[in-house]
Design a protein around this ligand. Structure first.
Ligand code: F6R
Length: 369
C-alpha cells in the first residue's frame, strides 16, 4: 500500500501535486470564476459577513494563519485565526455576521469540534474545510469545502496541509467574487497561477535530493531555527512543527522581524537556521529586510539554509545552503516553500532512526481535549 515508498509520509509528500490538482478540480472554470457548489451558505449571507474567524489545531492552524493573509488581502474582511483549544475559553465575540472556518484533516479533532459548536451557539455560520467525508466536523457545520487529498495515513500532515491551503485560497477568492471585490489584474493572475500550481509543486519535488543530503548532514544537531515573514512566517512555524514531531529535535519558528527582540541571542556557531525568503518581486521591502536578517545571523556564526525563489540572486552570497523554489504570486508561495521543509524533517527523522509514520506519543486524530 505504500506504493513502493519506505513510508506513507514519503508517498504522501509525492502525492501532493495530485492532491492539489484534485482539490482545484471543477472549482475554477475556464473564465477564471469559482463555483463552490458545496458551500451551501447563501451568497446573501456571505455578503453580510463582517468578520472571519479561523479555528484549527496544529498544522491545520498554520494553514489558517496563511489563510488570514489571503482573506484580508483579497476580500478586505477582517480575519482572526485562533487555536481551537484557546478559542472558546476566552469568550470570543461572535454573531450571525461572523463566518467561522474550521480546518481539520480528520474532521474529528475534539478542540476544533468544540470551538465550532461554541461558535454556532452564538449564531455564527461555520464552514468546515475538511479531508474526511462524513466526519463529525463537517456534519456539524453549516457547510463544507472538502479537500481532496485522499486518505492521509502518516501521522505528520503533508498533503492535507497543501490542500487546506488551496481550499482556503478558494474560499478567500470565492468570498471576493460573491461580494464583488474588484477583480483586478492581480486576482486574475492569482487564479491563473493557482490553477497551474500543481506543476510547480511537482517541480519542487523533483529537486529534493540536496535537501535530503543536507538533512542527513544535520542529524547530530540538537536545534534548528526557522525564520520567515508574511506568509513565510507560518511556513517557518510549520517547518519547526514537522521537525519536532518527526525528528524529536528542538525546533522553533520565528517571524524574522522579531529577531532583534530576543531570538537573535540564540544564534551561535554552526546553528542551522532555515530562512524562508519572500518573493523579490512586489514585496521588495520585505525581501530586502530578510536578506539583511540572513546577513546578521550569518555574521554571528549561523549556518544559513536559505529557501528562495529561482532567480533571486541577492541571497546567494549569504546562503550556506540554497534551496530553490519556483516563483509564484506572493500569497501562493507557501504551497511550494513548505515542500522542502517536509522532506527535510522526514529525512532527518530517518537519519536519526525514528519511526517516520508513527512518531512517539502522537496520534493521527486527537479526539480528546
Ligand atoms: C501535524 C499534525 C497535527 C494535526 C492536528 C490537527 O503534522 O498532523 O498537528 O494537524 O492534530 O488535526 P486535524 O487536521 O485532523 O484536525
Amino acid at each position: 500500500e505504500k506504493g513502493g515508498y519506505d513510508y506513507f509520509m514519503l508517498k504522501e509528500i509525492a502525492e501532493q501535486p495530485k492532491a492539489v490538482a484534485d482539490t482545484l478540480l471543477g472549482r475554477i472554470d475556464a473564465s477564471g470564476s469559482l463555483t463552490l457548489d458545496e458551500v451551501r451558505i447563501s451568497p446573501r449571507v456571505l455578503r453580510e459577513v463582517d468578520k472571519v474567524v479561523v479555528v484549527a489545531c496544529g498544522t491545520a492552524f498554520h494553514a489558517g494563519l496563511i489563510a488570514k493573509y489571503a482573506i484580508e488581502h483579497w476580500t478586505r474582511i477582517p480575519c482572526e485565526v485562533e487555536l481551537a483549544s484557546e478559542f472558546r475559553y476566552r469568550d470570543p465575540i461572535l454573531d450571525a455576521q461572523t463566518l467561522v472556518i474550521a480546518i481539520s484533516q480528520s474532521g474529528e479533532t475534539m478542540d476544533t469540534l468544540m470551538a465550532l459548536r461554541h461558535a454556532r451557539e452564538q449564531g455564527a455560520r461555520v464552514l468546515a474545510v475538511c479531508n474526511t467525508n462524513g466526519s463529525t466536523i463537517p456534519r456539524e457545520s453549516d457547510a463544507v469545502l472538502y479537500t481532496h487529498a485522499g486518505p492521509e495515513v502518516a501521522v505528520a500532515s503533508t498533503k492535507a496541509f497543501l490542500t487546506q491551503l488551496v481550499a482556503c485560497y478558494l474560499v478567500a477568492l470565492y468570498l471576493g467574487q460573491v461580494r464583488g471585490t474588484k477583480w483586478g489584474d492581480e486576482i486574475q493572475a492569482v487564479v491563473r497561477d493557482l490553477s497551474r500550481i500543481s506543476y510547480e509543486v511537482e517541480r519542487v519535488l523533483a529537486t529534493m535530493e540536496p535537501v535530503r543530503a543536507l538533512a542527513r548532514s544535520l542529524a547530530a544537531k540538537n536545534t534548528v531555527l526557522f525564520l520567515g515573514r508574511h506568509v513565510g512566517y507560518p511556513v517557518a512555524l510549520e517547518g519547526a512543527l514537522k521537525l519536532k514531531e518527526l525528528a524529536y529535535m528542538h525546533a522553533e519558528g520565528f517571524a524574522a522581524g522579531e529577531l532583534k527582540h530576543g531570538p537573535i541571542a540564540l544564534i551561535e556557531e554552526d546553528l542551522p537556521v532555515v530562512v524562508v525568503v519572500p518573493s523579490p518581486k512586489g514585496r521588495s521591502v520585505l525581501h530586502d529586510k530578510i536578506v539583511s536578517n540572513i546577513q546578521e545571523i550569518r555574521a554571528r556564526g549561523a549556518r544559513t539554509v536559505v529557501i528562495a525563489e529561482e532567480g533571486d540572486e541577492a541571497v546567494v552570497p549569504y546562503a550556506d545552503h540554497l534551496i530553490r523554489i519556483p516563483a509564484t504570486p506572493v500569497l501562493l508561495q507557501p504551497l511550494v516553500a513548505t515542500v522542502p521543509l517536509q522532506v527535510f524533517a522526514c529525512e532527518l527523522a530517518t537519519a536519526r532512526g525514528n519511526e517516520v509514520d508513527q512518531p512517539r506519543n502522537l496520534a493521527k486524530s486527537v479526539t480528546v481535549e
